[in-house]
Design a protein around this ligand. Sequence first.
Ligand SMILES: *Cc1c(COP(=O)(O)O)cnc(C)c1O
Length: 460
Amino acid sequence: MSRFAHPAGDRHAEQLPDERPPHAPADLNALTPALWPRTSERIDGAITIGGVDVRDLVAEYGSPLLVMDEEDFRSRCRDYRASFHDGDVHYAGKAFLCREVARWIMQEGLGLDVCSAGELAVALSVGFPPERITLHGNNKSVAELERAVVTGVGHIVADSFEEIARLGYLADKHGVRPKVMIRVTVGVEAHTHEFIATSHDDQKFGLSLSSGAAAEAVRRVLALPSLELVGLHSHIGSQISETAGFEVAARRLAGLLAQIKQEHGVVLPELDLGGGYGIPYVDGDDAPDIKLIAESLREIVAHVCASAGLPLPRLTVEPGRSITGLAGITLYEVGTVKDVEGLRTYVSVDGGMSDNIRTALYGAEYTARLASRSSEAAPMLSRLVGKHCESGDMVIRDLYLPADLAPGDLIAVAGTGAYCRSLANNYNYLPKPAVVAVSGGQARVIVQRETEEDLLRGQL
Ligand SMILES: *Cc1c(COP(=O)(O)O)cnc(C)c1O
């Protein structure tokens, strides 16, 4: 099985599931480059990111704090653009979107995927060109579809028969002809957690290839002159590190493209293979190599289209996690250190499942380090937990921290730039943390910390 990636550390990924608790890392101060933002380093013991000391960040902006390395984020955008120079790269906004991130995406020349009126509103509020936006979602409301049609969103990915009918009606009503793609469920079992796999047949997204629903959707869109069918879309899941799933998806989509050509005499010019490229969260995980991803995907598409007697379609990819995931770290302050005799030490921090629900939701793994100083103390088997009223409120289930850890120390958790802030919630009425962008020794707040006033807003 070919991989997109290089291993980030020594541990073999295959050994991962049974190894609990993990071995203590050789150096509790080390910042494995594949896991931490590109500008992070340890200076005089403390972690700096974007040239800013984490102690200064917390002193100024409080904790918990999501810190985004702007240079890391932008450089990954550029890597994608360079690697897919003959195609389109759309950042999947649901991974993490705010107005400033939308500006970064716009300035770096990427397109943007949104899947709700709210995400669309964020993009439009900073003047994001609507023609570079794609609207996704398995149950877009009529109001959301109408907003997209009226603002001239570049692509709308149809996910159901109902939606095709609604789109036809709205396009007629407003006298426009939106570009439409069909989201095809290709029946691939992506090797990832059930909750983030999206292309096996038994789930809510898309129109099934094997049942004929996708081909029927194509017929219905082609029958509506007010809709312009431009291509097929597939997104097989998230946190995927092997090419095999994409290869199967591309081959099946090419098969459908060939069938469409035969049945309708129409050659669709675009193919969207979605996102889902994995990132390393712990030592031993594969690290994505965007160039390798691009090379294999382009090779696969060229091959399957040639075999099906089709011209090469324009390829779109939609990375989310692999652009923003490693650019972000979360800083927490240690509040209590509780030794549970003979088991482990519970280290409680001032956030938890409200700012990072991924561990509780699907057993995500993370790497954390003591950030405000280095330590030569022995490794202490720990569990990094939040302050919420759920025993499943864990940030990291098993990790080693230095045995001299004390209240007031700062902990940095790596790889929290994707699906943390966007899944954040106010459980126990905790305010959502601020987001700070760092670059060139400067920090600035890009999303303010919620206040008590925010928490009470709108209540009787
Ligand atoms: C979530 C999603 C993506 C991005 O997935 P990542 O794993 O963050 O790369 C891309 N396309 C669609 C349609 C999605 O739903």
